[in-house]
Design a protein around this ligand. Structure first.
Ligand SMILES: Nc1ncnc2c1ncn2[C@@H]1O[C@H](COP(=O)(O)OP(=O)(O)OP(=O)(O)O)[C@@H](O)[C@H]1O
Ligand SMILES: [Mg+2]
Length: 395
């Protein structure tokens, strides 16, 4: 959808803001551009809607070379949320949101209708906020208006330059969650600039990590965190990247262990005998439809009991649907002080799939790093061995 081919931007004073940049963003993909201040993120963004012209190279939108498209027409296809929001202070929230439809010559009523619809979509009741002025909004609300305004003409492409930069971390997280939900509905092709690696990882389908004017790594969040391509990227994503990676790696069925399973209506005596014979200390308890009910210990019951499992089964609070991030699994284990958590199938009303243990969680993390790192030279990401260190030292 968006393609950069060897794009360089040198400003008049000789500053090379962007140096020989090539990358591609697929339709419906959200790519985050992340990097330190002054590394060329905004410059990259503004070249897409021709607010800045490249010195060299070409940019394509949906296969068309944008240098051949009239800038005004081009911008109709591209929503833009600028750094610092940039709402018009003397226009109401509704008027601000309807700016682009207005420029496109929509009928006033239709433009306002669309604006109201979008304010609703970003969580601002138009009957409450529509007639306010930007200064009568909180920072977070202003940012939402910025997003609504960019979506107003339903452009296929969205450029967002630190859209949530000016709010505190709590509000920012809420805006991020809302935006992810929104994006799941509207599926725009999005370039999203941020200097916050957490934000880049949370939102991006892929991340472009900028060094000075060029991309050091362009990969999925899991790969950037698991296998940073260069020492610069490793440094940028931080020493806690293992932890961050937990939040972008989902629980998969293959990660699960299959413990002994008993059913609610089974005879407790026979269940107990079986568990002891297998040397198991506990079993997962399922109902008649193989949905998760809870668990039962192997010890503490006589094999003479006439009870069913139902009478003694304990409820299991520590469970998650398959696909939930490993970080949530870890947090759930800690919260319930549990040595394992049950994993269920979300689609089929809690059908039990298996359990995740700390050991399996670690394996899952390890395996996904290896899978992602296939294209990356291992030497660059491997920890130095004692041998190699001592060899270097003794030379
Ligand atoms: N009009 C200009 N003339 C000369 N240099 C410029 C101009 N605009 C930007 N630059 C320089 O180009 C480089 C990249 O700027 P850019 O705005 O793209 O950075 P950025 O990554 O968006 O930074 P930030 O995170 O601070 O917004 C910087 O060194 C900046 O000083
Ligand atoms: Mg910028």
């Amino acid at each position: 959808m968006i393609r950069f081919e060897h794009v360089t931007k040198r400003y008049a004073d000789g500053t090379t803001a962007v140096d020989d940049l090539s990358f591609e963003v697929a339709e419906g993909e959200l790519v985050t551009l992340v990097g330190p201040s002054g590394c060329g993120k905004t410059t990259t963004m503004k070249m897409v809607n021709r607010l800045i012209e490249p010195t060299e190279g070409r940019i394509f939108l949906d296969g068309d070379d944008i240098s051949a498209i009239d800038p005004v027409r081009l911008r109709r296809r591209i929503g833009y949320v600028i750094q610092q929001v940039g709402l018009f202070p003397h226009r109401t929230v509704l008027e601000n949101t309807a700016t682009v439809p207005h420029l496109l010559g929509w009928k006033r009523g239709k433009g306002r209708e669309r604006a109201a619809e979008l304010l609703d979509l970003v969580g601002l009741d138009p009957s409450v906020y529509g007639d306010r002025y930007p200064e009568q909004l909180s920072g977070g609300q202003r940012q939402r208006v910025g997003v609504a305004r960019a979506l107003a003409a339903d452009p296929p492409v969205l450029l967002m330059d630190e859209p949530f930069g000016a709010v505190d971390p709590v509000v920012r997280e809420r805006l991020q969650n809302e935006f992810l939900k929104l994006q799941a509905q509207v599926r725009k092709t999005v370039l999203f600039v941020t200097h916050d690696i957490e934000e880049a990882v949370r939102l991006g389908d892929r991340i472009a990590v900028y060094g000075q004017g060029s991309i050091e790594q362009f990969d999925s969040p899991a790969t950037v965190l698991g296998a940073p391509a260069t020492p610069y990227v490793a440094d940028f994503v931080g020493a806690d990247r293992g932890l961050k990676r937990l939040s972008v790696t989902p629980i998969e069925e293959g990660d699960l262990e299959q413990p002994p399973v008993v059913h609610l209506d089974d005879s407790l005596a026979r269940a107990t005998e079986r568990l002891r014979a297998e040397g198991a200390r506990w079993a997962v308890v399922l109902d008649g439809e193989d949905n998760l009910h809870g668990w039962i210990p192997a010890d503490g019951f006589t094999t003479k009991t006439k009870d069913t499992v139902r009478a003694h089964a304990r409820r299991m609070e520590a469970w998650l649907p398959v696909g939930a991030p490993l970080k949530q699994a870890f947090a759930t284990m800690l919260q319930h002080d549990a040595g394992w958590i049950a994993v269920i199938d979300k689609e089929s009303n809690g059908h039990f799939l298996g359990v995740l243990t700390p050991a399996r969680l670690h394996e899952a993390l390890r395996r996904s790093i290896d899978a992602d790192a296939q294209d990356v030279p291992r030497a660059e990401v491997a920890v130095e061995t004692v041998e190699s260190v001592t060899k270097t030292a003794s030379r």
